[in-house]
Design a protein around this ligand. Sequence first.
Ligand code: NI
Length: 252
Amino acid sequence: MIFDTHAHYDDSAFDEDRDDILKQIHAGGVELVMNACADIAGLKTGADLAEKYPFVYISAGVHPHDVSNMTEEDIELIRKAAANKKVRSIGEIGLDYYYDNSPRELQKKWFLRQTELARELSLPVMIHDRDAHRDTIDILRHAKNEGGVFHCFSGSKETAREALDMDMYIAIGGSVTFKNSKMPKEIAAYIPLDRMVVETDSPYLTPVPHRGKRNYSLYLKYVTETIAQIRGISADEVERATFENGRRLFGI
Ligand code: NI
């Protein structure tokens, strides 16, 4: 009973063996996947996957890396895509001040605009926040959205507290398994189990002991085992709780 709440199976890293991988993960116990389509082109691949595989759902939105040339027409395309019942979230959207691939003013503008769309469509938001905690929280407060999740949470306990106070979920991924990752381990211990979900961010962020290889949903067991150790509970319990939390979060 595993729910990978953030993966990119529309990514070109899976062009050679996408169908094999999706069959493998489902046979291996992954019962739900939320595919985050990171750009407009990904919406089509994502929708095709969701149609072919009943266990695949979609999140639609434009990543902060790619908002430099975003327009209102893109908002319309996301709105149209969201008519598909398998679109259960808007994202990944947010701010990335680490890479700064798009100008910050545009990142803020299109993040806010996409949170407005999410509210209008009554969908939760899937947030990407890298070194931009303050502005991310401020925009979310302003947006008064329908809840959502901080994907691959990288903030402090204080930021986690603010996110939890806004009824957001917090997603733990491969970084919790990294030897030098003090903060993700603290967060995995700190947040209540009923606000936690797990994710791979496949093909990225591969957990120990497979770092450097392409990630996929069956590696989620290293994440749930690490969380279980940190919290002193069984990996089964982590899987069960995060599965139910993910369903609640996305209304599945
Ligand atoms: Ni991602």
